[in-house]
Design a protein around this ligand. Structure first.
Ligand SMILES: *Cc1c(COP(=O)(O)O)cnc(C)c1O
Length: 369
């Protein structure tokens, strides 16, 4: 049997008729950028999260970089962020000229709330939490800490659509929640897309201007903005998927539970959801010391896997100028060497999961390593 790491076609097939109808409607409408689909999606996504405002943008990276810019963070400022994240979280900071300050993750792969305080300096303006893999950071301590030190809170929710802490949605704890709708995300489109949610009207208005060349009124440009507009086709298709979001999330919860009950191998560390959270399982991430052998073994047995992520941002060539060395963030680096995401996607069958479980459970039996 062959089980790929991801199958985006399955997620499409699930609601194929609805997607196709919407696509044709948008194509026939004659309006393709920033129209009624975008405004409707913004309203519906704000409702979904419980935020007051939502502004659609061109990508998750733009959601981060414009969100951070709208908060007035830039040159000379520091933003605290976890070391084990996708590079986009860090680029959202550095594109604005600000400095990332890395904190080690906890056992749930989220920023370790107990290690933030020691990294605060007079230059610190904000803490960015990432909610990596669809798991959730320890939000009560982090919100309290930000209040105490008068820091802004930014949430990178590119992997956490629908995830909650104490029933409150990720993205609504701080000044801005930044989402990506890249096709592989839990709420994925069919191309690029992103959004910022906020309860601050001025921040929302400013991002609305920034995404459209810095203009509110056509050809009257207030600031030097960018072109980062969500298009009508993406917005329309995202509205279709958003209607099914609860079902999509529950499917992942069932898949995670099934893996959790089925995988039994002393060499494998399984992921756990934090108490008081709803984890949405963007990735199902194992840890194994013999990762290279394990990944090859799975590949040979038809199971595709992905490493999220092999090189942590502080070790990326792009961030050489920050001056970090191997060993500076030992937990982050250890995770980068041991994590492996196994197949999990909308439309994955029980048979496919059974195959993955069986292959994992057989790993290490004599003769197959
Ligand atoms: C995907 C992702 C982003 C960036 O989103 P794009 O839409 O690809 O720009 C940012 N942060 C995290 C954690 C992501 O997983």
């Amino acid at each position: 049997m062959q089980v790929s790491a991801n199958r985006l076609d399955r997620g499409f097939e699930k609601y194929q008729a609805e997607f196709e109808k919407k696509a044709v409607d948008v194509l026939r409408s004659g309006r393709y950028v920033l129209g009624k689909e975008v405004s409707a999606f913004e309203e519906e996504f704000a409702d979904f999260t419980g935020a007051k405002y939502c502004v659609g943008v061109g990508s998750g990276l733009d959601a981060l970089s414009l969100g951070i810019r709208a908060l007035g963070i830039g040159q000379g400022d520091e933003v605290i962020v976890q070391g084990n994240t996708y590079i986009a979280s860090v680029m959202g900071i550095t594109i604005n000229g600000a400095m990332p300050v890395f904190v080690e993750p906890d056992m749930f792969y989220q920023i370790d709330a107990t290690k933030i305080e020691e990294k605060i300096t007079p230059k610190t303006r904000a803490v960015m939490v990432v909610h990596l893999y669809g798991q959730v950071a320890c939000m009560d301590s982090i919100v309290e800490l930000c209040k105490k030190h008068n820091l802004m809170l930014i949430e990178d929710c590119a992997q956490s659509h629908g995830a909650c802490f104490d029933r409150k949605m990720t993205g609504t704890f701080g000044e801005v929640g930044c989402f990506s709708f890249y096709p592989s995300k839990n709420l994925g489109g069919f191309g690029e897309g992103g959004a910022v949610i906020t309860n601050n009207r001025e921040v929302a208005d400013f991002i609305r201007i920034l995404r459209n060349y810095g203009s509110e009124k056509r050809y009257y440009n207030k600031v030097i903005g960018t072109n980062s507009r969500l298009d009508e086709l993406q917005a329309g298709l995202l509205r279709v998927r958003l209607r099914h979001m609860e079902e999509i999330t529950q499917e992942r919860e069932r898949q995670a539970e099934y893996y959790g009950a089925g995988i039994q191998n002393a060499q494998i560390i399984l992921p756990n959801g934090r108490k008081r959270t709803r984890t949405v399982w963007h990735q199902y991430v194992l840890r194994v010391q013999e990762r290279k052998f394990f990944q090859q073994y799975l590949e040979q047995n038809g199971v595709g896997t992905i490493i999220h992520y092999p090189i942590p941002p502080h070790m990326a060539e792009a961030y050489g100028y920050l001056g970090y060395h191997k060993g500076d963030l030992p937990i982050t680096e250890k995770y980068a060497e041991e994590v492996l995401s196994i197949p999990m996607y909308s439309g994955m069958t029980r048979e496919e999961q059974d195959w993955v479980i069986e292959m994992i459970n057989r790993f290490g039996e004599s003769g197959n390593q």
